[in-house]
Write a protein that binds this ligand. Structure first.
Ligand code: SAM
Length: 371
């Protein structure tokens, strides 16, 4: 694609601007894309279309900000190999669970066996302390800790860890309208803005553990039928330091936006229950860092460095496809810092599912390349 004025002021790409009717929630959350909530992911169909436009079947794709693994899952579905890097340990666990080629018999056995033992009352009753005692009702904490005690020893232990985290998220003492970043535990009944009635915080976790064990099993089986022959590699750490190898045919990624989301904090319950490594001080663009001048300069430098390193891994002429909402107009500096040329830009209209946030919302896919 030639560098033209169009590249800089792209018209709306209608093929990438789906309406709710064209792309209902069921499709956007197909198979493993709904294994666990994750704030800040892009939709699978966007990745699917970008891969169709830019990468041949059998190619290799890199996502240095892999998040919940949308790029990796879609690359596998499109018959490619994929490598993802993420700083957040829980995200890496989630991606591994989504993309591993599980033995179907072991998977079925392990999940049903663990659930059966849990429902028969097996497992250790441990006293809740700290975060768990604070954020869960006594019965919910007891359910989660007993389920956790049953996990080790199974070949599919990581799948059970993701089930445990998902149940913990649903069972926290939060209001229904503040599930992403609750600030204080909710102990009594409250007026629920979401359901327009009085609601009560959750008291137990056993029903979530059952529901999510069975749902996870069904979703993993569905994906095992949808995926191609490719494999995924998941690397945990800072993308400014990790070497993912070479010979990639494209980078498809969405960097964190500055000052918007704390990626570790959104899964705090998982870090607490699973004892995962917390590397939040290396998060690029963390909400906690704010959007002051220095924070934005660090952001440009950090994301620029990651994109430069990613470009080094590509075969000659291969593109970097970077999904951004560049409201702060930082990306000409980011690309310059990375030594990349902008050769194209797709602009898409993002369909807001809720009526809560008014106004039009657009997102750009920057197509960049080494000069
Ligand atoms: C916008 S999200 C990516 C979402 C992904 N496209 C998806 O669909 O799930 C950005 C990700 O960058 C990760 N991240 C932030 N700083 C990082 C760093 N220094 N190295 C690697 N990953 C980092 C965050 O943990 C987060 O998961």
């Amino acid at each position: 694609m030639a560098a033209t004025q169009d590249a800089l002021y792209a018209a709306l790409d209608v093929e990438l601007s789906w309406s709710e009717k064209e792309l209902p929630e069921r499709e956007r959350t197909k198979h493993v894309h709904r294994l666990h909530p994750y704030l800040g992911k892009f939709i699978p169909q966007l990745v699917e279309e970008l891969l169709r436009r830019h990468v041949a079947t059998g190619g290799r794709v890199l996502d240095p900000f892999a998040g919940s693994g949308t790029t990796l899952v879609q690359a596998l579905e499109s018959g490619m190999d994929a490598t993802g890097i993420d700083l957040a340990a829980f995200n890496c666990l989630l991606i591994r669970v989504k993309t591993e080629r599980w033995n179907p018999f072991t998977l079925e056995h392990d999940l049903r066996d663990a659930l059966g033992r849990f429902e028969r009352g097996d497992g250790e009753g441990v006293a809740a302390t700290g975060y768990v005692a604070e954020w869960f009702a006594p019965q919910a904490a007891a359910d989660l800790l007993r389920f956790r005690s049953l996990i080790t020893g199974y070949e599919c232990a990581d799948v059970l860890r993701v089930v445990l985290a998902r149940a913990a998220r649903s069972a926290r003492l939060t209001t229904h309208f503040d599930l992403d970043f609750p600030s204080l535990p909710q102990h009594g009944p409250y007026w629920c803005h979401k359901h327009k009635r009085e609601c009560r915080p959750v008291e137990r976790a056993s029903h979530f553990l059952r529901r999510y064990t069975l749902d996870t099993l069904a979703r993993l089986k569905e994906f095992s039928r949808a995926r191609g022959p490719g494999e995924a590699v998941v690397l945990h750490g800072d993308a400014r330091e990790i070497d993912p190898g070479s010979g990639f045919d494209a980078v498809v990624t969405s960097p964190p936006y500055p000052g918007l989301i704390d990626y570790h904090e959104q899964h705090r319950y998982a870090y607490e229950l699973l004892g995962l490594d917390d590397l939040r001080e290396c998060e690029l663009g963390a909400a906690e860092g704010g959007t002051g001048r220095q924070a934005l300069a660090r952001y440009v430098d950090g994301v620029g460095e990651v994109l430069a390193r990613s470009a080094d891994t590509l075969t000659p002429g291969a593109p970097l496809l970077v999904v951004v909402n560049d409201r702060r107009e930082l990306y000409s500096d980011v690309l310059e810092r990375a030594g990349l040329n902008l050769i194209g830009r797709y602009r898409r209209h993002v369909n807001r599912r809720t009526g809560l946030r008014a106004g039009e919302y657009f997102e750009d896919v920057l197509v960049a390349r080494r000069p």
